[in-house]
Design a protein around this ligand. Structure first.
Ligand code: ZN
Length: 270
């Protein structure tokens, strides 16, 4: 149900606004996002060095026209930067319940590189499993990156069963894998990928999965939308993702905005 008079309110559940590519015009990007009806942005960390400044992004929140929440985690792409000790650091930080930190992430498994050594694979698995265990311990949701690894991710999640589940971001897996994540209570994040007509399988899933299992994202500065290839992606473009999803599902933009923002707020408890 939509409340006709409510202003549109969109939630970009995945935006790397802390990356240096936004250093010159971060506040301008935020004000553009506000103009595009974005009310909330979640910034997930990718490595330990980002955590202190993300915890302090409370400061950015005070001057930002958009509410900002964050997640702390270790992304599989930066495996050489991670140390098992970072899991203990994360545990200690989470014990302090820092304001604005709503999830653990971005974590996950990325097995796209076929030349990956068994050691790298094992280190990814160790760090991912450690973060899932912390999600259970601290009762926090997870923000998960998966590429060529959904069945391995599902195996870890089934073993640990994090109570508050989380988001599988930038989902482009199979219908069967989507179903398995939903059974575990996870939401699936859809972004610029669904704006490409060739992404038939993912568009079909975005059109047909229950709306209460879907959240929107940009993954800015990455994952450019169709028509914006080669440009820096921005959180304001989550509105175009929402418009695309509305068209795919045959419902209105306010309906998409209300449902997907509600899903994020419920998941993150804000
Ligand atoms: Zn990301």
């Amino acid at each position: 149900m939509t409340k006709g008079n409510d202003p549109l309110s969109l939630f970009d559940s995945h935006c790397h606004l802390n990356f240096s590519v936004f250093d010159k015009d971060r506040l301008q990007v935020l004000s553009q996002a506000e103009k595009a009806a974005v009310s909330h942005i979640c910034i997930p960390a990718t490595q330990q060095v980002e955590w202190p400044s993300l915890i302090e992004s409370e400061l950015l929140s005070q001057v930002s026209p958009v509410s900002i929440v964050t997640a702390l985690g270790l992304h599989p792409w930066f495996i050489s930067e991670h140390h098992p000790e970072h899991l203990n650091v994360l545990d200690k930080l989470l014990q302090q319940r820092p304001a604005g930190v709503v999830a653990i992430g971005e974590t996950g498994l990325d097995f796209f590189d076929r030349n990956m050594t068994p050691q790298t694979k094992a280190k990814q698995l160790e760090l991912f499993t450690g973060q899932v265990e912390l999600a259970c311990l601290h009762q926090m949701p997870l923000i998960i990156h998966g590429r060529k690894s959904h069945d391995d991710i599902l195996k870890v999640l089934r073993r640990c069963k994090p109570e508050r589940a989380g988001i599988i971001h930038g989902f482009s897996g199979s219908e069967q894998q989507a179903g398995e994540y939903l059974k575990l209570g996870f939401k699936l994040g859809f972004g610029g990928g669904i704006t490409y007509p060739r992404a038939r399988k993912t568009r079909h899933l975005a059109a047909t999965l229950p709306i209460d299992s879907i959240v929107l994202e940009t993954d800015a500065p990455d994952m450019p939308l169709n028509g914006y290839q080669g440009q820096r992606n921005e959180p304001g473009r989550v509105k175009l993702v929402a418009e695309c999803l509305a068209k795919l599902r045959g419902i209105s933009l306010p309906e998409v905005a209300e449902a997907t923002s509600h899903n994020c707020r419920t998941l993150f408890r804000i």
